[in-house]
Design a protein around this ligand. Sequence first.
Ligand code: GTP
Ligand code: IMP
Ligand code: MG
Length: 399
Amino acid sequence: MKCSIISASLRVCESMQRSRAQKHVFLYCEPIVLTAYLRFLRYLKHDSKRIFIDLKVLGMGATIIVGGFFGDEGKGKIVAHVAFADKPAIIARGGIGPNAGHTIEVGRRKFGVRMIPSGFVYPDARLLIGAGVLVDPRVLLSEAGLLKVTERVGVDYRCAIIETKHIETDKLDPYLSQTIGSTGTGCGPAAADRAKRTTAQAREVAELSPFLTDAAAEVNKALEAGKNVILEGSQGFGISLFYGTFPYVTSKDTTASQIAADIGVGPTRITETIVVFKTFPTRVGAGPFDTQMSEDDAKKLNIEEFGTVTGRQRRIGWWDPTMAKYSAMVNGATQVAITGLDKLDPSVKGANQYDELSAKVKTFLREAETVVGVPFTLLSTGPELTEIVDLREEKLERA
Ligand code: GTP
Ligand code: IMP
Ligand code: MG
């Protein structure tokens, strides 16, 4: 009986047109039918490329979320929203290390995280830190305890370790602390030692032993089983070591390909790449900022910001279409998330529907989308988790 139901479902699945309806059937039947369907494809000797094409059609698989400007675009908020909407089995963090500071507001509670993936607010996901990330064990253990997520956290045993000496060098070296304006979290010096192959790995740190895992194996296994996974980036395109405003950059590339490599996921496994922009880009630390506005203008617009890690005042700029287009290109964006629409027009604060947006905001979105050439699917209308318009169903033609 069970077998005939499954084989009937499989026949239906196989013959179905690739459409939004198909996705709904899968989501409704998932995980039993989806898992059986994948096994069936393998039984038919469909190669894994075909299987992942199918997952893409269904809007499932690995979603990368990265910053498109100079960091602090609001990736934390976007990751948290996508997590609640897509129910991933795993949220894995790539990026540099604890120099990142993600802010997530849920109701009246505000969290700032530096090492734990910002999707932690979604309670059903395993939280992993990829091998490419630099780990400061003190920051990690303290955050895991405070946020009560110890049971869900896994650290790849190959992560490199930030030691006190790295933090001291980062704070005392005048080139790093003053010329570059580093965050003083030890990331640059630890990355340099990693390149010299002198850093310790997570597997050598006793306090980390309960968390150790092979994050790459966990993520790829989840993807093979047809589960959703979010790959979370940190920092932003403009401070990429490769593509940013060198030398005023961080100590590693920050683009989507790097985030996938940090976690151990190959390019063929990525289904969506969401690049996050903010209406008024910001930059902390030194370095060129083509569209920077005066402090007076930022004050008048009431859009001043302060850093999550360092508390430093962020420099504020006007929307930069040229940088957005270039950044979307190098990241291979399939979607754009934009935060701070309420800063452009306070009347839209908290909107959840496209129709609730003002003419000013709609015009901005239309023009920006035309220049960038990628669908703007996630429109954030305030810092709180629920203040967002999610247009993915409407705008992504998966068929
Ligand atoms: P990094 O990994 O350090 O680059 O950080 P991030 O991209 O996670 O951003 P961060 O949390 O440092 O900064 C974004 C700020 O914008 C936070 O204070 C958020 O609460 C806030 N924010 C996010 N979305 C919105 C929005 O739509 N409107 C407003 N007004 N604020 C927002
Ligand atoms: P480091 O990464 O601490 O070495 O800092 C190098 C540069 O990158 C400095 O200009 C920092 O302000 C900037 N930076 C590093 N991490 C972040 C971040 O998460 N958001 C914004 N800027 C960052
Ligand atoms: Mg930040």
